[in-house]
Design a protein around this ligand. Structure first.
Ligand code: NAD
Length: 349
């Protein structure tokens, strides 16, 4: 199968790429390699997939030096002309769109980036899927779409009309846009609401990375909502396993009487991919402290605008439809992350 994966210089895209190549798929990766966070982590991921920094040139398709089934192109999703050219020439079977401007807090200060990458860019992906007869588009949504929802665990059949950040609004918009294309053009689309993903090669703007770095450097960590937070942390391998099962199983429409917000008479579906086991922020910090062998200096702060105090995924659809539920424990996941961190940044534990 030939798959386009966008965001392969990014955290989840890099791991998904490895999985798909391992099982024998042919993959073309796209990423604009923006500098939202330490770009060396992105170059590091590219390097590990056989794409060297010195070879990169905007719009040039590069053959991986170590994976015969992998080519990479540095491209902006907003660049409709070049994106269309790529779809026309490469004839993909399926698309997995992970490229996006991520991050809740950054969306308060840089709203434009979210409209460009997540709305304009996503529209271009949809248009290409329409014109080049893509068999399935899977795309990243986010647990942040649950916004002001109070009932937990969060279910995909809940109404999600109350996002509290532009990031969340852009992800909810993607689901609405996808539904429209599934309905109008019969394109199977599946949205994946990821719940706080972590693991090796993780994002430098996220809690695990920030905490690990600060603790190792003897600096203090910011603990929001005075520690009264919980997150359904999901290990990246668990996420990737779920994403692949989703890619392999395009949705079919349901009967009108069975419709709920997660499905449709059109070939449209939305899944939660979360651990289904929320962890208290203070327990999360304690697990990192234990692994590193050092107690964190804590800077207790109020809840940040745009943040929700708690996330908890109902994954019953994932279990029912795809026979799958994430299961890596937080201790195991933190262990693997810290081992990667000290190796990549050449620091001592
Ligand atoms: N990591 C999480 O906990 C989490 C949670 C919920 C949702 N998500 C979503 O999952 C997806 C992957 O997240 P990630 O953690 O790997 O983030 P990431 O930032 O590491 O990866 C995204 C990649 O997309 C690229 N990109 C951004 N805008 C682009 C554009 N306009 N054109 C081309 N490339 C562009 C970036 O350079 C980056 O490498 C994103 O859509 C994100 O919103 C992630």
């Amino acid at each position: 199968m030939k798959i386009l994966v966008t965001g392969t210089a990014g955290f989840i895209g890099y791991h998904l790429l490895n999985y798909l190549l391992k099982r024998g798929d042919e993959v073309i990766g796209i990423d604009c390699i923006n500098d939202y966070y330490d770009i060396n982590v992105k170059y590091g991921r590219l390097d590990r997939s056989g794409i060297q920094k010195k070879e990169l040139e905007y719009g040039k398709l590069i053959q991986s030096t170590i994976q015969k089934n992998y080519k990479f192109i540095q491209l902006n999703l907003e660049d409709k002309e070049n994106l269309e050219k790529l779809f026309k020439e490469e004839k993909f079977d399926k698309v997995c769109n992970l490229a996006a401007q991520a991050g809740v807090r950054y969306s308060l200060t840089n709203p434009d980036a979210y409209i460009q990458s997540n709305i304009v860019g996503f529209l271009n992906i949809l248009e290409c899927c329409r014109h080049y007869k893509i068999k399935h588009l899977a795309y990243a949504s986010s647990s942040s779409v649950y916004g002001l929802n109070k009932s937990q665990p969060f279910s995909t059949s809940d109404d999600v009309s109350h996002p509290i950040s532009l990031y969340a609004a852009s992800k909810k918009s993607n689901e609405l846009m996808a539904h429209t294309y599934s309905h109008l053009y019969d394109i199977p689309t599946t949205g994946l609401r990821f719940f706080t993903v972590y693991g090796p090669w993780g994002r430098p703007d996220m809690a695990l990375f920030l905490f690990t770095k600060a603790i190792l450097e003897g600096k203090s960590i910011d603990v929001f909502n005075h520690g009264e937070m919980q997150r359904d942390f999901t290990y990246v391998d668990d996420i990737v396993e779920g994403v692949v099962r989703v890619i392999d199983n395009p949705p079919k429409g349901v009967k009108e009487e069975n419709m709920n917000p997660s499905n449709s008479t059109a070939p449209y579906k939305v899944y939660n991919i979360g651990n289904n086991n929320p962890v208290k922020l203070m327990d999360f910090i304690e697990a990192i402290e234990k692994k590193i062998g050092k107690v964190a200096k804590k800077n207790m702060l109020p809840l940040q605008a745009g943040d929700v105090p708690s996330t908890y995924a109902d994954v019953s659809d994932l279990i029912e439809d795809l026979d799958y539920k994430p299961e890596i424990s937080i201790e195991e996941g933190i262990d693997k992350f810290v081992d990667w961190y000290v190796d990549f940044f050449k620091v001592k534990l």
